[in-house]
Design a protein. Structure first.
Length: 140
């Protein structure tokens, strides 16, 4: 009777093959993790910029509504304190009929047109009151 014994070299070879296989899977997992982290960061930045744009649109829309409604209009509106723990500022340039939003942490700025050059006051984070007094838009 012939006995076939497995060669000892094959046991060592299959152990090496298994180690190579797991090393390849580990490298693949690392590459996928890095790629996923990069994409998540890009999506988060895009979301923050969209939120910043929305805040600027709200501010410009409130000014435009005050102009459109006319004398006697008064309203309060809220602008959030920071966007995802980042600061922003809104500046009104009446002479050029524009509102500019600067989102400092993301190096983002955006200009929003407004309907009048007769605006006094400034926008701030938190509650703002806007009034139309004989065509003059007052923000406090």
């Amino acid at each position: 009777m012939i006995h076939l014994e497995p060669k000892r070299e094959l046991k060592g070879q299959s152990g090496i093959e298994l180690a190579v296989y797991f090393s390849f899977l580990l490298m693949l997992l690392i590459v996928l993790s890095v790629e996923t982290a990069d994409r998540t960061k890009a999506i988060s930045r895009s979301r923050e910029i969209l939120e910043a744009q929305r805040v600027g649109e709200i501010a410009a829309a409130n000014i435009d509504v005050a102009v459109s409604v006319g004398d006697g209009y008064s309203s309060k509106f809220y602008l959030p304190f920071g966007l995802t723990d980042s600061n922003y500022s809104l500046q009104i340039f009446p002479s050029s009929q524009r509102l500019e939003m600067i989102y400092t942490d993301n190096n983002f700025s955006r200009i929003f047109p407004i309907l009048t050059n007769n605006v006094t006051g400034s926008l701030k984070q938190g509650q703002n009151r806007i009034r139309n007094v004989k065509g003059e838009i007052i923000i406090d």
